[in-house]
Design a protein around this ligand. Structure first.
Ligand SMILES: Cc1ncc(COP(=O)(O)O)c(C=O)c1O
Length: 383
């Protein structure tokens, strides 16, 4: 029996980039269409579906089809950075309306929220994502336009219950948008749990090779809000370039297998470091001791990912000494690439940071875990 493409499992669809075989040449990988503009015919209508590359182009559109299918969404938009995508959502909020978001989340998104709250009269509440009921209390019925959550939360990896958040948002007439960068669709499909929009910094796991910056939005339904977001992207030039879209498409083909390996490595590392004398605490949602473990088990279906933090048994200086003593872990920001990174988070987050000074964030890659453990072991001597 011939299976329809839509019946293939998400991992098969990703590996084959939706089987987008070129009709004219048979090429099994879509090409890169670099044209910035598209010709019109004798009737002065565009020859094909495209008009101008800032509006849309064939390569970015092919990538968006895969993004939409991975998250089970109605449509997807790719942007030239994660933040460009985030900002396009926030741009739809009117003065007098309100946004609720967690107290700990990606600091760049928070900076933008503070900015529009101060300059445009938009209400803003940061709720404590570790406190029961704080999310619900932060929502103002009839006024809150967007409940924005991130889960697991960067860099403490607290887990927010997406289903509960969706109910709270919808009961109050708001939409739920989820930053699922750390839990890509191979493990969490936020739209299926009730989100209206899912966001990824595709710079991270979706791209997976630390060689592009990109953002993605995927919607549950194409509605007025989605049209407005599309319009914002068109007017700000936020679209992902064809070359970067192609890199992203290539990266997504191995998403499932990369994430699986990173999750296995991270779990082993988290267990080992939990018993390390120089480590005060390991924050990783895969550990049973983590307060968000039960929810994580429900909404991270195929692994807890490669992101964790450790609190070293010492001060900020001790933590920085460790971050500069590793030989394999690269001291750099970002996450979700095949190579492992280490970062003293407080140093990069700026003045609003509430991250503990002894916290080191690890992005665990897909190397041999024995080498990763040995590297951290020798670096932790420097505490
Ligand atoms: C969770 C999360 N959200 C959003 C962003 C912003 O994405 P970008 O750097 O691609 O603009 C990042 C980047 O580090 C992130 O980690």
């Amino acid at each position: 029996m011939t299976q329809n493409k839509n019946d293939w499992s998400p991992s098969t669809q990703a590996v084959q980039a939706l089987h987008l075989i070129d009709d004219a040449t048979g090429a099994v990988v879509p090409g890169i269409e670099l044209a910035s503009t598209f010709a019109r015919g004798s009737d002065y209508e565009p020859v094909g579906d495209f008009n101008y590359a800032r509006y849309d182009n064939p390569t970015t559109q092919a990538t968006e089809k895969v993004l939409a299918s991975l998250d089970g969404g109605a449509d997807a938009l790719a942007f030239n950075a994660g933040l460009a995508a985030t900002v396009s959502v926030f741009e739809t909020v009117r003065s007098g309306q309100h946004i609720a978001a967690p107290r700990v989340m990606y600091h760049g998104g928070q900076d933008w929220l503070r900015r529009i709250s101060e300059t445009r009269g938009i209400g803003l509440t940061f709720f404590d994502q570790t406190e029961d009921g704080a999310l619900e209390d932060s929502i103002r019925p009839g006024e809150t336009a967007i409940l924005w959550i991130e889960t697991p939360v960067n860099p403490t990896w607290d887990v927010i219950d997406i289903k509960k958040a969706a109910k709270a948002a919808h009961d109050a007439g708001a939409i739920l948008a989820v930053d699922s960068t750390v839990a890509p669709p191979c493990t969490t499909r936020a739209l299926e749990l009730g989100a209206d929009i899912v966001f990824h910094s595709a710079t991270k796991y979706l791209g997976g090779h630390s060689d592009l910056t990109a953002g993605a939005l995927i919607c549950a339904e194409e509605n007025e809000l989605w049209d407005e977001i599309k319009q914002v992207r068109k007017l700000t030039g936020g679209i992902l370039s064809p070359f970067d879209a192609w890199l992203l498409l290539r990266g997504m083909r191995t998403l499932f297998i990369r994430y699986e390996r990173a999750s296995e490595n991270a779990m082993e590392l988290a267990q080992t470091l939990s018993n390390h004398p120089k480590v005060e605490r390991v924050l990783y949602p895969g550990l049973e001791s983590h307060p968000g473990h039960e929810i994580a088990r429900k909404q991270m279906r195929s692994g807890f990912g490669g992101m964790m933090s450790i609190l070293v048994d010492g001060d900020a200086e001790a933590a920085k000494r460790v971050a500069t003593a590793t030989r394999l872990f690269i001291p750099a920001t970002s996450l979700g690439g095949v190579e492992s990174l280490i970062e003293h988070r407080k140093s990069v987050e700026g003045p609003h940071s509430i991250v503990p000074p002894n916290l080191l964030r690890l992005s665990v890659g897909i190397e041999d875990v024995k080498d990763l453990i040995a590297d951290l072991d020798q670096a932790l001597e420097r505490v």
